[in-house]
Design a protein around this ligand. Structure first.
Ligand code: NAD
Length: 238
């Protein structure tokens, strides 16, 4: 395989699909991970792995398989994420656990395995999809804010830890604002209009807006950038 290898999680739809398509266009061979089947790709374009990222045994087995087949990983995009919103007083502890498991613990588990391969190579780029809710909080998103804030601080720690002994392993976050995907399309029209009104650039972002930022952080054009949070939000949080 002469192409660079990029793992993208949550690749079946939305932002993960756009990231995968952009990285394929940029010359990467993409390994797409999702619980759902990847229905959008043409055969030969990527490899897909259908698994629950919260299943530690499945994650470890998948990374082992990837290493046997592809001998390393150049880019890891931790994109899979969920919401289970409720006001603080009503939030179920099961919803707290579920959001923290998918958005934070699963990112730790996959990165733990993949970073070992990057350390063997001495290089790599890890991009974690956080959210402006992780930097600035939001009403009704206690669990989501905690998980996405955790992703940012974890990433900054990894940016320091994984670059020791000269390794060129970079770790950055992308923090999307309000982006049009299946996740947000479920929101009432009124909420969408309100959020667009609050965004200086006057619209929801597209999945492609996020994919463009991720592609930059995956490429050598960002080779001296690590430990950063790139907000892509049309100016929503200023
Ligand atoms: P989405 O719901 O459209 O897609 C998420 C994908 O992740 C789905 O294909 C789903 O099957 C997969 N997934 C979820 N849990 C999984 C698990 N345990 N194992 C394997 N796959 C799993 O979401 P999206 O809007 O494309 O969001 C992608 C990322 O961007 C998420 O991390 C989200 O929190 C973040 N984000 C989105 C927005 C937005 O406005 N859409 C804003 C800020 C941040």
């Amino acid at each position: 395989m002469d192409k660079k290898i990029a793992i993208v999680t949550g690749a079946a739809r939305g932002i993960g699909k756009a990231i995968s398509q952009q990285l394929i266009e940029d010359g990467f061979f993409v390994l797409a991970i999702d619980m759902a089947p990847i229905e959008w790709h043409k055969s030969g374009e990527l490899y897909d792995y259908q698994l629950d990222l919260c299943d530690q045994t499945a994650v470890e087995k998948t990374v082992e398989e990837i290493n046997e087949r592809f001998h390393g990983v150049d880019v890891l995009v931790n994109n899979a994420g969920i919401t289970r919103d409720a006001m603080l007083g009503e939030m179920l502890s099961s919803d707290w656990d579920m959001v923290l498991d998918v958005n934070l613990k699963a990112v730790f588990m996959l990165t733990q395995q993949v970073s070992k391969l990057m350390l063997q190579k001495g290089e790599g780029s890890i991009i974690n999809i956080s959210s402006i809710v992780g930097t600035d909080g939001n009403i009704g998103q206690t669990n989501y804010a905690a998980s996405k804030g955790g992703v940012i601080s974890m990433s900054k720690g990894w940016a320091k830890e994984l670059a020791r002994k000269g390794a060129q392993i970079r770790v950055n976050c992308v923090a999307p604002g309000f982006i049009s995907t299946e996740m947000t399309n479920e929101l009432p029209e009124k909420v969408i209009a309100f959020m667009e009104g609050k965004t200086p650039l006057g619209r929801m972002g597209s999945a492609q807006d996020i994919a463009d930022g991720v592609a930059f952080l995956a490429s050598d054009k960002s080779k001296f950038i690590t430990g950063q949070v790139l907000k892509i939000d049309g100016g929503l949080v200023l």
